[in-house]
Design a protein around this ligand. Structure first.
Ligand SMILES: Cc1cc2nc3c(=O)[nH]c(=O)nc-3n(C[C@H](O)[C@H](O)[C@H](O)COP(=O)(O)OP(=O)(O)OC[C@H]3O[C@@H](n4cnc5c(N)ncnc54)[C@H](O)[C@@H]3O)c2cc1C
Ligand code: FES
Length: 250
């Protein structure tokens, strides 16, 4: 556990906040796909958040207001101290020379952005980014700084294309020009990514979410079904080969 200092904490879209934490040791060790847990108030378990980017001294997190923990975080001011644990978990594969399709839904977009920033010179990228509506769009311009191929999709058509991010993903995957898909977002979306991946024969890696307790492989609270039995999202993931995950909601 380390003490970080909040460099900035502000709302960046409807219900979405950007938090910059000064924590040089975490920033130096972080890889795309990994996460941290943050102190989120008295009598509240530490909450997990993906690392969205790093500088020499800092990490950046994007968080969506959901409940008690994120409400607590949204009230913190620059200069305040915050306990951070990480980086935790595994990352997306370290690829070179590939054409990679990124598919992000809502608050699942940050770890894909971190991968893009770190690997933009080693691979080619197309990003399909899905939001419910235009007011919730964030990170679009930042993605465009690293790749010219960005598709914005909204559920209600208020910006970009109308539909689901998986509609755009289906088009792109059918083109036959990609060697890998990386995805993060709601479970229904990840299940669709799994099907697109097997239908188009493109290997995919998905970052899964689970409600976490310890965040360190001890409490078994984040177990998800896999083809090999059960995996812990915090210790074995959060990134898994798509075909290794068994979705249980039917
Ligand atoms: C590996 C990993 C990476 C994550 N990265 C991010 C990130 O970058 N940004 C971000 O905003 N969130 C991220 N999350 C989810 C984040 O941890 C939860 O949103 C947060 O813990 C909610 O805390 P809370 O106290 O505000 O809400 P709570 O009071 O705990 O819950 C409020 C409501 O939100 C629902 N909820 C809680 N957690 C989740 C979840 N994981 N998925 C869907 N619904 C949930 C609850 O069921 C409840 O209805 C990540 C989760 C994991 C496991
Ligand atoms: S959160 Fe405790 S084992 Fe994963």
């Amino acid at each position: 556990m380390q003490t970080s200092v909040i460099a900035d904490n502000r709302q960046t879209a409807d219900g979405i906040f950007r938090l910059k934490l000064n924590c040089p040791a975490v920033a130096a060790a972080a890889c795309p796909g990994e996460f941290v847990t943050l102190y989120s108030g008295v009598n509240t378990l530490r909450r997990p958040f993906s690392i969205a980017s790093v500088t020499d001294q800092s990490i950046i997190i994007y968080y969506k207001l959901r409940g008690r923990g994120t409400e607590f975080l949204s009230g913190l001011k620059s200069g305040a101290e915050l306990e951070v644990n990480g980086p935790l978990g595994n990352g997306f594969p370290d690829f070179c020379g590939k054409n990679i399709l990124l598919a992000g839904g809502g608050i699942g977009i940050p770890p894909l952005f971190f991968y893009l920033t770190r690997y933009a010179e080693k691979n080619s990228f197309t990003a399909c980014l899905g939001f419910r509506r235009s007011q919730e769009i964030y990170l679009e311009n930042e993605f465009r700084n690293f790749t010219s191929r960005v598709r914005i999709i909204t559920d209600d058509g208020s910006a970009g294309e109308r539909g689901l991010v998986t509609d755009a993903l289906t088009d792109e995957a059918a083109s036959g020009k990609y060697q890998a898909i990386f995805a993060c977002g709601p479970e229904k979306m990840l299940e669709a990514v799994q099907q697109i991946s097997s239908g188009c024969n493109i290997p995919a890696w998905i970052s899964c979410e689970a409600v976490m307790g310890c965040g360190m492989g001890i409490c078994l609270g984040c177990a998800v079904k896999s083809t090999a039995g059960y995996n812990l999202v915090c210790a074995d993931g959060p990134v898994f080969p798509a075909q290794a995950v068994q979705f249980t909601h039917g």
